[in-house]
Design a protein around this ligand. Structure first.
Ligand SMILES: [Zn+2]
Length: 237
């Protein structure tokens, strides 16, 4: 049996400009090849992820890096407006994401789990979940953007390093593992933060993670998820 993404609209909602590449680029690529529309939305600008030699307009640089990466996988990109380490589930962040959902009109959201390691990831998790409901609420009026016909499904993303995450769904990304590693190199500002200065700081971790998740699922490389099971966000695939 193979899960087909044809006809879906898949939106990854992540905290920082490189998170989608780290955690779900393979699945996005596979979805696109099946005929799905794919998009990435990061909420924080990444301006505090400074390399050893600080970059003056790091937010701008990281936006360009994320754009480059999104172009490589054929994804639409929604860029973040919030500052690193300040993201909270509040009226402003909810309103921002309602507009993104009502613009892209996703059928499936991929978002960080609520126990992830970074404060911005945990906030993203909360906002992404709330908005799966509110973006479909007819009573919530947004100028020029219609409510979603129904709440999109939501899959929780794996955590970096697989800490405290029990997946229940594995997507075979063996065909995309190499490209996923190359995508990390788009994030030039982050490379010098790696231990050899020539690789994304998480490249080894990501490679290992794809292999471990693959081994668990009997394939060469996989990305892991946990579909969110709650009223109207659960789907039969
Ligand atoms: Zn992050």
């Amino acid at each position: 049996m193979k899960l087909q993404f044809q006809g879906e609209r898949v939106l990854a909602v992540v905290a920082h400009p490189d998170d989608a590449d780290l955690l779900c680029a393979g699945t996005l690529l596979r979805a696109r090849e099946d005929g799905a529309a794919i998009a990435v939305c990061y909420l924080c600008q990444g301006e505090k992820g400074q390399p050893p030699v600080p970059v003056p307009d790091l937010a701008g640089m990281r936006r360009r890096e994320a754009l480059n990466s999104a172009e490589m996988i054929g994804a639409e990109l929604f860029t973040g407006i919030f500052s690193d380490m300040t993201l909270a589930d509040n009226e402003a962040s909810r309103a921002f994401l309602v507009n993104v959902y009502r613009t892209f009109r996703p059928t499936l959201i991929l978002a960080h789990p609520s126990n992830d390691y970074h404060t911005d990831h945990r906030a993203t998790s909360a906002i992404a979940e709330v908005v799966t409901w509110t973006a479909a609420a007819k009573g919530l009026v947004t100028e020029g953007l219609a409510p979603l016909p129904s709440p999109p499904a939501l899959w929780w993303l794996d955590t970096l390093g697989m800490t405290s995450f029990e997946p229940t769904l594995f997507i075979d990304i063996s065909a995309y593992a190499e490209l996923k590693e190359r995508l990390l190199l788009s994030h030039v500002s982050q490379l010098s933060r790696g231990k050899d200065g020539d690789a994304h700081p998480f490249r080894d971790l990501v490679r290992e993670q794809m292999q471990v998740r693959g081994r668990e699922a009997g394939v060469n490389a996989a990305e892991a998820f946990r579909p969110y099971v709650t009223y109207k966000r659960t789907r039969a695939w």
